[in-house]
Design a protein around this ligand. Structure first.
Ligand code: COS
Length: 393
């Protein structure tokens, strides 16, 4: 049995998500990948069953059921379709700015529409010249009366064109480094805002990834989140909480691939017996399962930590470790799953080549896994552990 610390009530919701994934989303997964079309029917399914609400407090129309369950939902959906799992993860990513730094008025204005799924949202930090080095962004925002005027562009933005609300970071003071960055919410119909293009890509093909352009784009001054200059810290605090959503997606893909490869290996025969009974294949399956379960331990630990109110540096490190491990496992396990199926793993008639392509992005977006290692090591360097070894000769 996989690790399952859920309460009975949480388990009921998990089982509903699992059932929807199996019955309604799994049969669509190959088609979503082939057509590259954003799956509005899946959004409708999530709306109908109030699954977007899992990411919001009751006060704003959500279920208030906590972080652990919200990650489990992404994991369950991603087992069958990573594009669909991402829709849930980005509803969290794109709304965290308002949740963490928004005023009561901003929360009341936006969160209920996001909790119901009436609006989708997005997070716009990355630019063509600033990926890992977020502070090197060039987009600007200048105050003009009761508006801010945004200029610049953002790249690789998930949900570009389908989101109605974007959390956008821009420099209000170009000479102040990190402290010159501010955060804004921008509605899709803001004058001067445009989605310039949507990128064709290797995996998660049904999800839109696009370039946003701001040309003298005017947003009301009340759309500033917190104070001018607080944008970089807000961006990092958001990522601390959102990166495990990508980890959940990675774990889901890995577990889905393991389950598929297991069933295949039990029925496919070579040399007079199922391949699962050949030791080299059995060992691969055992490693895949073990990695998934270890990843789940970290992911659920993160969810429980958030639900217990853990914050700050402790959360930063745990978040980075969770994202790093779960998504490296996604790549390793899907690669091995393709290997178990041999030639059948490589062709589109079977879902594993899709899972392997989908897994790759989880090591890249929301901070590459190189950045996660950097964040973990930085936190380690701040820790004092020498006393543990004081008595060792
Ligand atoms: N929470 C709160 N504050 C944080 C923080 C966090 N997780 N991480 C950094 N900060 C603060 C620091 O404390 C520092 O504050 P002071 O200036 O008051 O000391 C400030 O932010 C600058 O921090 P730092 O010097 O560590 O920033 P760096 O420019 O070195 O960047 C990394 C740090 C590399 C970790 C950051 O740029 C990053 O995460 N890059 C990846 C971006 C990413 O994930 N992109 C994908 C976008 S989503 S698809």
């Amino acid at each position: 049995m996989p690790y399952d610390p859920l309460t009975d009530e949480q388990r009921e919701i998990r089982d509903l998500v699992r059932q929807l994934a199996r019955e309604r989303i799994a049969p669509r997964a190959a088609e979503i990948d082939e057509t590259h079309e954003f799956p509005w029917d899946v959004v409708e399914l999530f709306r109908d069953h109030e699954l977007f609400g899992l990411y919001f407090e009751e006060e704003f129309g959500g279920t208030g059921t906590g972080a652990l369950l919200s990650l489990v939902a992404i994991e369950e959906v991603s087992k069958v379709c990573a594009t669909s799992g991402l829709i849930l993860a980005v509803q969290e990513l794109g709304s965290l700015g308002v949740k963490l730094a928004g005023s009561q008025e901003q929360k009341e204005r936006y969160l209920p529409r996001l909790a119901s799924g009436e609006w989708l949202c997005a997070y716009a930090l990355t630019e063509s010249g600033s990926g890992s080095d977020s502070a090197a962004m060039r987009s600007t925002a200048r105050r003009d009366g009761d508006t801010y005027v945004l200029n610049g562009s953002k790249r690789f933005i998930t949900n570009a064109g389908v989101a109605q609300l974007y959390t956008v970071f821009a420099k209000t003071d170009s000479d102040a480094g990190h402290a010159g960055i501010s955060a804004f919410v921008v509605e899709a119909d803001a004058p001067g805002f445009e989605v310039a293009r949507v990128e064709p890509k290797m995996g998660i093909k049904g999800s839109t990834t696009g370039e946003l352009v701001f040309e003298e784009c005017r947003v009301p001054a009340e759309n500033l989140l917190a104070e001018e200059g607080e944008g970089f810290k807000i961006a990092m605090q958001i990522l601390d909480r959102s990166r495990p959503g990508v980890a959940a997606q990675g774990l889901g893909i890995a577990q889905g691939a393991t389950d598929y490869a297991l069933e295949y290996a039990k029925t496919r025969e070579t040399m007079g017996k199922p391949i699962a009974q050949h030791q080299l294949v059995a060992a691969m399956l055992a490693d895949m399962e073990t990695k998934c379960e270890a990843a789940r331990g970290l992911l659920y630990k993160f969810g429980q930590a958030v639900d217990e109110g853990v914050d700050g540096l402790e959360l930063t490190k745990l978040s980075a470790m969770t994202k790093l491990y779960c998504t490296d496992v996604a790549m390793e396990v899907t690669t091995d799953a393709v290997q178990v199926l041999g030639g059948y793993g490589y062709i589109q008639e079977y879902p594993l080549e899709r899972m392997m392509r989908d897994a790759k992005i989880t090591q890249i977006y929301e901070g590459t896994n190189q950045i996660q290692r950097l964040v973990i090591a930085r936190e380690m360097l701040k820790e004092q552990r020498a006393f543990l070894l004081a008595g060792v000769s």
